[in-house]
Design a protein around this ligand. Sequence first.
Ligand SMILES: [Zn+2]
Length: 146
Amino acid sequence: MLLISCPNCGSRDETEFHYGGQAHVPYPENPNELNDREWAEFLFYRDNTKGTFAERWLHSTGCRQWFNMLRDTVTYDIQAVYPMGTPRPATAAPNAAESGTASLAADSTTTGTAGPSIAAPSTSATSITATSTTQSGTTAPEGATK
Ligand SMILES: [Zn+2]
């Protein structure tokens, strides 16, 4: 369960938000000049970053506003929340290491340790059960209501 800090509403539960994909993917200036491959890459190809990733989020059950977030895809640490249209904030160095992580043994070790640590920050067994209940709560409203 993530606690996401909406720039307009403050900290709210993850279930109030919708993920909107990678941030900073600009619409092509001249789409008609793109060939099929370039157009397909714009439409469908996104980075699959291990580590700090800039992504878009919508506070769908709150202020209904989009914003950007820097999140670590390994640890789920939210490093920054910033408005749409503003440049990605600078982050610490780990960015340089993350592009080559797949081939490095040390980093795959890091990944191995990161897995358990994702479960660990849930702070207690109660929040784990809370997560499982809210997940079923998350899927139910999509199919049932709205
Ligand atoms: Zn909001």
